[in-house]
Design a protein around this ligand. Structure first.
Ligand SMILES: [Zn+2]
Length: 173
Protein backbone atom coordinates (compact mmCIF):
# COMPACT_ATOMS: atom_id res chain seq x y z
CA UNK A 1 0.00 0.00 0.00
CA UNK A 2 1.06 3.56 -0.70
CA UNK A 3 0.27 4.33 2.95
CA UNK A 4 3.31 2.33 4.11
CA UNK A 5 5.58 4.41 1.93
CA UNK A 6 3.97 7.63 3.13
CA UNK A 7 4.51 6.68 6.77
CA UNK A 8 8.18 5.90 6.21
CA UNK A 9 8.68 9.18 4.36
CA UNK A 10 6.88 10.98 7.18
CA UNK A 11 9.27 9.67 9.81
CA UNK A 12 12.22 10.99 7.79
CA UNK A 13 10.43 14.30 7.26
CA UNK A 14 9.67 14.88 10.93
CA UNK A 15 13.24 14.03 11.91
CA UNK A 16 14.64 16.70 9.58
CA UNK A 17 11.96 19.36 9.93
CA UNK A 18 12.35 22.34 12.23
CA UNK A 19 8.85 22.84 13.55
CA UNK A 20 7.47 26.34 13.04
CA UNK A 21 4.26 27.89 14.24
CA UNK A 22 2.18 29.53 11.56
CA UNK A 23 -1.20 31.25 11.85
CA UNK A 24 -4.20 29.65 10.16
CA UNK A 25 -4.87 33.08 8.66
CA UNK A 26 -3.28 33.50 5.22
CA UNK A 27 -0.29 35.88 5.43
CA UNK A 28 -1.04 37.28 1.98
CA UNK A 29 -4.80 37.52 2.69
CA UNK A 30 -5.36 35.47 -0.43
CA UNK A 31 -7.77 32.64 -1.28
CA UNK A 32 -7.24 30.51 -4.37
CA UNK A 33 -9.58 28.07 -6.07
CA UNK A 34 -7.67 25.68 -8.29
CA UNK A 35 -7.72 22.18 -9.75
CA UNK A 36 -6.75 18.94 -8.04
CA UNK A 37 -4.45 18.05 -10.98
CA UNK A 38 -1.42 16.08 -9.74
CA UNK A 39 0.89 18.24 -11.79
CA UNK A 40 -0.13 21.36 -9.85
CA UNK A 41 0.85 19.87 -6.48
CA UNK A 42 4.01 21.57 -5.21
CA UNK A 43 4.18 23.43 -8.54
CA UNK A 44 1.47 26.09 -8.52
CA UNK A 45 2.68 27.52 -5.21
CA UNK A 46 6.19 28.00 -6.61
CA UNK A 47 4.84 29.37 -9.88
CA UNK A 48 2.87 31.96 -7.87
CA UNK A 49 5.62 32.74 -5.37
CA UNK A 50 3.59 31.43 -2.46
CA UNK A 51 5.07 30.00 0.71
CA UNK A 52 3.53 27.81 3.36
CA UNK A 53 1.08 29.99 5.34
CA UNK A 54 0.51 32.54 2.57
CA UNK A 55 -2.85 31.52 1.10
CA UNK A 56 -5.98 29.43 1.48
CA UNK A 57 -5.96 26.93 -1.38
CA UNK A 58 -9.27 25.28 -2.29
CA UNK A 59 -8.97 22.42 -4.76
CA UNK A 60 -11.40 20.26 -6.67
CA UNK A 61 -11.71 18.57 -10.05
CA UNK A 62 -11.61 21.35 -12.64
CA UNK A 63 -11.53 24.33 -10.22
CA UNK A 64 -15.32 24.46 -10.36
CA UNK A 65 -17.13 27.01 -8.25
CA UNK A 66 -19.38 24.48 -6.56
CA UNK A 67 -21.46 24.98 -3.42
CA UNK A 68 -18.57 23.59 -1.44
CA UNK A 69 -16.00 25.89 -3.05
CA UNK A 70 -18.25 28.85 -2.16
CA UNK A 71 -18.61 27.53 1.39
CA UNK A 72 -14.83 27.41 1.74
CA UNK A 73 -14.50 30.91 0.29
CA UNK A 74 -17.00 32.23 2.84
CA UNK A 75 -14.86 30.78 5.64
CA UNK A 76 -11.66 32.10 4.03
CA UNK A 77 -13.10 35.62 3.70
CA UNK A 78 -15.16 36.08 6.83
CA UNK A 79 -13.30 33.96 9.29
CA UNK A 80 -9.72 33.90 8.06
CA UNK A 81 -9.25 37.34 6.57
CA UNK A 82 -8.86 36.64 2.85
CA UNK A 83 -9.28 39.93 0.97
CA UNK A 84 -8.54 38.82 -2.59
CA UNK A 85 -9.61 35.72 -4.53
CA UNK A 86 -8.00 34.03 -7.53
CA UNK A 87 -9.59 31.30 -9.63
CA UNK A 88 -6.63 29.48 -11.19
CA UNK A 89 -7.29 27.06 -14.05
CA UNK A 90 -4.62 25.28 -16.03
CA UNK A 91 -4.00 24.08 -19.57
CA UNK A 92 -4.60 20.42 -20.44
CA UNK A 93 -7.17 19.95 -17.65
CA UNK A 94 -8.39 16.37 -17.32
CA UNK A 95 -11.89 17.70 -16.72
CA UNK A 96 -11.99 18.87 -20.32
CA UNK A 97 -12.02 15.27 -21.52
CA UNK A 98 -14.17 13.44 -19.00
CA UNK A 99 -15.74 10.33 -20.48
CA UNK A 100 -18.93 9.73 -18.52
CA UNK A 101 -19.60 6.33 -20.07
CA UNK A 102 -16.15 5.25 -18.95
CA UNK A 103 -16.85 6.46 -15.41
CA UNK A 104 -20.15 4.54 -15.38
CA UNK A 105 -18.34 1.45 -16.68
CA UNK A 106 -15.61 1.76 -14.01
CA UNK A 107 -18.20 2.19 -11.29
CA UNK A 108 -19.97 -0.98 -12.41
CA UNK A 109 -16.68 -2.90 -12.55
CA UNK A 110 -15.85 -1.74 -9.02
CA UNK A 111 -19.12 -3.04 -7.62
CA UNK A 112 -21.44 -0.03 -7.61
CA UNK A 113 -25.01 -1.04 -8.43
CA UNK A 114 -26.67 0.20 -11.60
CA UNK A 115 -29.46 1.76 -9.54
CA UNK A 116 -26.99 3.94 -7.71
CA UNK A 117 -25.18 4.89 -10.91
CA UNK A 118 -28.44 5.81 -12.63
CA UNK A 119 -29.54 7.99 -9.73
CA UNK A 120 -26.39 10.08 -10.03
CA UNK A 121 -26.73 12.55 -12.82
CA UNK A 122 -23.03 12.25 -13.56
CA UNK A 123 -22.96 14.75 -16.41
CA UNK A 124 -24.45 17.47 -14.26
CA UNK A 125 -22.87 16.49 -10.95
CA UNK A 126 -19.31 16.16 -12.19
CA UNK A 127 -19.71 18.91 -14.76
CA UNK A 128 -17.35 18.55 -17.70
CA UNK A 129 -15.43 21.57 -18.93
CA UNK A 130 -15.67 22.64 -22.59
CA UNK A 131 -12.85 25.09 -22.40
CA UNK A 132 -10.38 25.74 -19.57
CA UNK A 133 -10.33 29.53 -20.04
CA UNK A 134 -14.10 29.83 -20.31
CA UNK A 135 -14.43 27.73 -17.17
CA UNK A 136 -12.25 30.18 -15.20
CA UNK A 137 -14.26 33.19 -16.39
CA UNK A 138 -17.53 31.45 -15.50
CA UNK A 139 -16.10 30.66 -12.06
CA UNK A 140 -15.12 34.29 -11.45
CA UNK A 141 -18.62 35.41 -12.45
CA UNK A 142 -20.21 32.85 -10.17
CA UNK A 143 -18.21 34.10 -7.18
CA UNK A 144 -18.87 37.76 -7.97
CA UNK A 145 -22.58 37.08 -8.42
CA UNK A 146 -22.95 35.21 -5.14
CA UNK A 147 -24.99 37.52 -2.89
CA UNK A 148 -23.01 36.51 0.20
CA UNK A 149 -19.60 37.42 -1.27
CA UNK A 150 -18.51 41.00 -0.50
CA UNK A 151 -17.00 43.53 -2.94
CA UNK A 152 -13.46 42.19 -3.06
CA UNK A 153 -11.23 41.56 -6.11
CA UNK A 154 -11.86 38.17 -7.77
CA UNK A 155 -9.30 37.45 -10.50
CA UNK A 156 -9.23 34.73 -13.15
CA UNK A 157 -5.90 33.14 -14.14
CA UNK A 158 -4.72 30.21 -16.17
CA UNK A 159 -1.37 28.51 -15.67
CA UNK A 160 0.51 26.62 -18.36
CA UNK A 161 0.88 23.15 -16.87
CA UNK A 162 4.26 22.63 -18.57
CA UNK A 163 6.02 25.98 -18.22
CA UNK A 164 4.25 27.45 -15.18
CA UNK A 165 3.57 30.68 -17.09
CA UNK A 166 0.47 32.46 -15.83
CA UNK A 167 -1.94 34.31 -18.10
CA UNK A 168 -4.42 36.75 -16.58
CA UNK A 169 -7.91 36.18 -17.97
CA UNK A 170 -9.69 38.59 -15.65
CA UNK A 171 -7.90 41.28 -13.65
CA UNK A 172 -10.45 42.55 -11.15
CA UNK A 173 -8.59 45.65 -9.97
ZN1 LIG B 1 -7.47 20.25 -13.99
Amino acid sequence: MILDDVLIKNQEFVKNFHAEKLSHKPKKKLAIVTCMDTRLAGFLESAMGLERGDAKIIKNAGNRITEDALRSLVVAIYSLGAEEVMVVGHTDCGMANVNFDKIRESMKTMGISEDVIEKLNLEEWIGAIDDEEKNVIEGVKKIKNAEFIPEIPVHGLIVDINSGAIKVLHNDS
